[in-house]
Design a binder for this molecule. Structure first.
Ligand code: SAH
Length: 260
């Protein structure tokens, strides 16, 4: 097969390190009962091992040339389906229940893709992604740490986030500019948090972190009235980064009830 030239606009950094490929497969550990969905399979670095072990593998690839190669390669594998298309527009829920999502993602679309996938979370068993290490740190951050903020809170409302291991740029061709990390995401059991108004919560958290050095009371001046924070037992003198996910949800639910 002719060599594929990596396309920058598709965020193409192909995994070449066999040790890293193996570590990802061991972390995912696909079995014959699993429906696995690989986002951005590219030249198939982890695709073969997934296809060999999974019950069914769906591969979603945007690059037309790479999708064509994959279709040729897996044409005679009844348990592999290649979908040519944009993962940001893709209807994951239509692929079934208990999906196991895997991907060495293009880093430029990682955040919107995570939020797109959240919409199908009832159909997802778990997700494993290779991302920028710095993004994984923000996703997994606990209150009080510097990396804690909007991304970690809005994902943490719905997912348990676990950073698994770091990956050096040298594991890819061409190497990316940054260190990467593999992260595991498990949807939280239903009812872990009751969120009355997701857009309202998103606005609240975004507003709080626009000025993360202010006190919460000052940062949220436009959204909360005196007494709102106290009503749900939150210290208005705290910094936005000291407030837990559960507290942001309680405050948002309180504001929503008040507005009705
Ligand atoms: N998983 C492969 C390739 C990683 S590079 C490996 O580990 O080697 C990222 C891949 O995602 C590329 O194949 C790129 O074409 C694909 N891609 C980029 N944007 C995409 C999108 N919006 N939807 C689906 N695939 C995309």
């Amino acid at each position: 097969m002719t060599k594929h030239r990596a396309r920058k606009r598709f965020g193409q950094h192909f995994l070449t390190d066999p040790g890293v490929i193996d570590a990802i497969i061991r972390a995912v550990h696909p079995t014959g009962d699993d429906v696995v969905v690989e986002i951005g399979p590219g030249q198939g670095a982890i695709t073969d091992a997934l296809a060999r072990n999974a019950g069914h593998l769906h591969a979603v690839e945007l690059d037309r040339d790479l999708a064509a190669r994959l279709r040729r390669q897996y044409g005679d594998h009844p348990n592999v389906t290649v979908h040519e298309g944009d993962a940001l527009q893709f209807d994951f829920a239509a692929l079934g229940e208990k999906l196991r999502i895997v991907g060495n993602l293009p880093y430029n679309i990682s955040t919107p893709l995570l939020f797109h996938l959240l919409k199908s979370r009832d159909h997802i068993l778990d997700m494993h992604f290779m991302l920028q290490k710095e993004v994984v740190a923000r996703m997994a951050a606990s209150p009080g740490s510097k990396a804690y903020g909007r991304l970690g809170i809005m994902l943490g409302c719905h997912l348990q986030v676990e950073s698994l291991f770091d990956v050096d740029p040298g594991a890819f061709s061409p190497p990316p500019d940054v260190t990467s990390a593999v992260v595991r995401l498990d949807p939280l059991p239903p009812g872990t948090f009751e969120i009355a108004d997701e857009p309202g919560l998103s606005t609240l958290v975004a507003t709080a972190f626009m000025q993360r050095r202010k006190t919460l009371r000052n940062a949220l001046k436009k959204l909360v009235e005196p007494g709102d924070l106290e009503a749900v037992g939150i210290d208005g003198g705290a910094r936005p980064e000291q407030v837990s996910i559960a507290d942001y949800i309680r405050l948002s639910n309180h504001l929503w009830r008040k507005s009705r």
